[in-house]
Design a binder for this molecule. Structure first.
Ligand SMILES: Nc1ncnc2c1ncn2[C@@H]1O[C@H](COP(=O)(O)OP(=O)(O)OP(=O)(O)O)[C@@H](O)[C@H]1O
Length: 334
């Protein structure tokens, strides 16, 4: 289990101290595939680098299986870090070495005998689906194949945790899906906990069990993907999950509400019954749906009637519906 307690990270800059992470509390259980999402600059990379102390938090504690990495002497920390592997957007392979030798590299450093390292590297090549690439050089591989080799190299240190920093951001959608499938397989077959940093919600929907949303260094939401994506509670969450629905500046009207469907309802019957039951007509200003674990979740922006009584009637009607959350959008520009 990974536990971050009150983790903060302050970078000194020319303009003074900059707090990239602020009092982050986070628990990632064994076997989770945990997504960390947020806009550019939210602090995702800094957070993931704090998990293995590549970046040392300014304050707070990082526990792996109950042991605080912040208290460990350097030798013990190096040992502990081997149980946390990482893959990156740009793969970070050694270009002068063959794939086999890239995969053997962390084992060499850990003192695994050569023959044993080679045997294990061949097994990892098999797991990532590239048994015939042992003697190829990274330059001879496609992006997806390079990431597979990087994954094999990450597995070579027999990790408990795999950290993925935008691991599919440089890949096309089809290759992305195949790499995500591989990561999911590894999680299930080898029981490795996975932490995924991404700005792509589709990646979270595809493989993550849990998610945390970062906004300007603060963790503003966390929970299962279903909980958070079906009903994001913060502005940052809604912007990420329903970018269309949250893009409100382009609809210049007053009296706007956001209606979130929690998997049990759909738009049209609700809007139709609103007209029939209350005699109130509303404008659909924007709508977006997401599919989480086979259930459809949707968000819709509605423009209420100018007439105050009608608007209140519509709000009350919407609020009385099952599986629907309604909130006013006060920052809407009328
Ligand atoms: N070494 C550093 N010195 C000063 N500021 C830093 C340093 N590293 C990161 N930052 C700042 O901390 C903030 C968070 O950066 P971080 O890279 O963690 O964000 P991110 O969410 O991963 O963004 P992106 O998706 O663009 O990679 C940014 O404003 C960044 O400029």
């Amino acid at each position: 289990m990974i536990e971050l307690k009150q983790v903060s990270k302050v970078f000194p800059t020319e303009d003074g101290d900059f707090e990239a992470l602020s009092n982050i509390d986070l628990t990632i259980n064994d076997g989770d595939i945990f997504g960390i999402v947020g806009m550019s600059g939210a602090g995702k990379s800094t957070l993931v680098r704090c998990i293995n102390l590549l970046e040392r938090p300014t304050s707070g504690a990082v526990y792996i299986d109950g042991e605080n990495l912040m208290d460990m002497p350097p030798a013990q920390l190096r040992q502990q870090r081997r149980s946390i592997s990482m893959i990156f957007q740009q793969f970070n392979l050694l270009m002068q070495r063959t794939c086999l030798k890239n995969i053997c590299f962390p084992m060499e450093i850990a003192g695994v005998p050569k023959a044993e390292a080679k045997k294990r590297a061949l097994e990892y090549l098999d797991i990532v689906g590239l048994p015939d690439k042992a003697n190829a050089y990274p330059a001879q591989l496609s992006g997806g194949q390079k990431q597979r080799i990087a994954i094999a190299r990450a597995l070579a240190s027999n990790p408990k945790v795999l950290l993925c920093d935008e691991a599919t951001s440089a890949l096309d959608p089809t290759t992305t899906r195949s790499i995500l499938k591989l990561i999911k397989d590894i999680n299930q077959r080898l029981g490795i906990t996975v932490v995924v940093i991404t700005h792509e919600m589709a990646v979270v929907e595809e493989i993550c069990t849990h998610v945390a949303i970062l906004d300007h260094g603060h963790m503003v939401e966390t929970g299962t993907v279903e909980e958070v994506f079906s009903n994001p509670k913060t502005e940052a969450g809604r912007k990420l999950v329903f970018p269309e629905g949250a893009n409100i500046d382009q609809f210049p009207v007053a009296g706007v509400v956001r209606v979130v469907f929690n998997g049990g309802s759909s738009y049209e019957p609700l809007i139709a019954s609103l007209a029939i039951d209350c005699g109130v007509k509303v404008n659909i200003l924007g709508a977006d749906t997401r599919n989480v674990n086979g259930k459809a979740f949707g968000s819709m922006l509605l423009g209420l009637p100018q007439d105050k009584n009608e608007a209140v009637k519509a709000m009350n009607y919407l609020r009385a519906q099952k599986d629907v959350t309604v909130e006013e959008v006060p920052d809407y520009h009328g």
